[in-house]
Ligand binder design. Sequence first.
Ligand code: HEM
Length: 467
Amino acid sequence: MALAATTFRPRDERPLSWRGAIAEAMAAPRLMATMLDSVIDAWPEEVYAQPSVAIRFLGQRVTYICEPRLIRSLLVDQADALERENSMLRALTPALGLGILTADGASWRGQRRTAAPMFRPDRIRSFVPVIAAAAEATRRRWQETATAEAPVTDILPELMRTTFEVIVATMISGDCEIAVAPFGRALDDYIAQTPWKIALAQLNAPTWMPHPGARRGATAARFMRDEIARTIARRRARGETGGDLLGLLLEARDPETGLGLSEAALIDNLLTFVNAGHETTALALAWTLRLLAAHPKIEARMLAEIAGLGKPIAEDPTGVEQLTYTRQVLMESMRLYPPAPLIVRRATAEVRLGETRIPPGEVIQIPIYALHRNRALWDRPDTFDPDRFAPAIQAGRDRYAYLPFGAGSRVCIGMGLAITECIVILAALLPTFRFVPDRDAMPEAQFRITLRPRGGMPMRVVPRRVG
Ligand code: HEM
């Protein structure tokens, strides 16, 4: 941890004594500092062991749900009593507006229905050659610089470039002149200031309240939205909609009014897909490569599986299904380092979770990062062991113990694409390169809406065979 973290204390149902109130008030600034740095570090230890934990912060109660049956009850059975939560909305809407990730109710349902055809299994299979092409472009790029003495570089921006190319190729048919590096920098600038937006929302501060990084964040949001607007304008200028995500969005009509999506709604959605679709996937890849570097036996088993493929995946997309151990490695990597480590909701009606009743207005969180390391659910929770995801073992596990893509009606729409993409990219890169970290310890996980490695993912990219 970067600073001496202060964690939330589990809520005591008894009325707060004046001593307790003073202690709570005095702890608030340090808690806030921890939250700004990485909210995961502020979670109480109990989220790693208990089914549910309630805390109080600044007079508000927040309930963490960490037990599979309760999670199912919440996200599936009582989904209609939940909505997006204010602090997350304040962090995301300046860039993403009210697109599919941030909208609720009928607006969300319509957007989800519009985008769904892009993510059917047959469609995802048809994307494999373009994913393989993006992976091959990365391989070539890295081959130019990879030597036995290659310097340490942060592989995360490199992987972001690869997954960005995939998103553009699959969702906008490659028809996009967005400059990848400036777009990536804008996303970084935007994300860097989101903890402030979340903290200020929790303090009930007005949205105009200045905070560190606010101006850069606003510039970044404007830049990303303008780039997407230009992409839409170029498509319109061609006089055709196209059969991709942008085409579906351009053709979408409100069933009642017959009207198409507004310009802002088009930008909201395209930007949501571009961002939600590439950053998380690059993080999954970066954490996986880093874990493999620390576990040579697991890496060797994965390499043997990839070497056993009859044909390259680009020629035979069924290779993705054949790489079962590679898939297990990816699953286990996303258990330890879930790229989306937290799900937050606000109750709109009373929610019942076992004996607990949560009144409307209260916040409920599923701390996925902690759920995946919960001692009651996982044996040796901090150990990297892909065999946990062997089919026989996985069959005995509650589906709601493992939620890298969420669950219920708001489950990640891009799940199938993300898994396919990661497998294709890993199968392309790992046989060519060895990834050598600059130090033994894993980078710390830092909450930035997604789960980022603090300080990036510095590794030396070394060719496996020299000459
Ligand atoms: C490893 C990669 C990925 C991870 C770990 C991930 C994780 C998640 C999670 C946990 C949620 C649910 C959030 C919630 O319930 O509050 C979500 C939602 C979403 N994801 Fe992903 N995601 C990944 C890749 C993708 C890709 C590739 C796309 C699109 C191309 C995508 C698009 C979305 C969208 C649009 C939503 C909102 C869905 C809705 O609310 O209906 N994600 N993702």
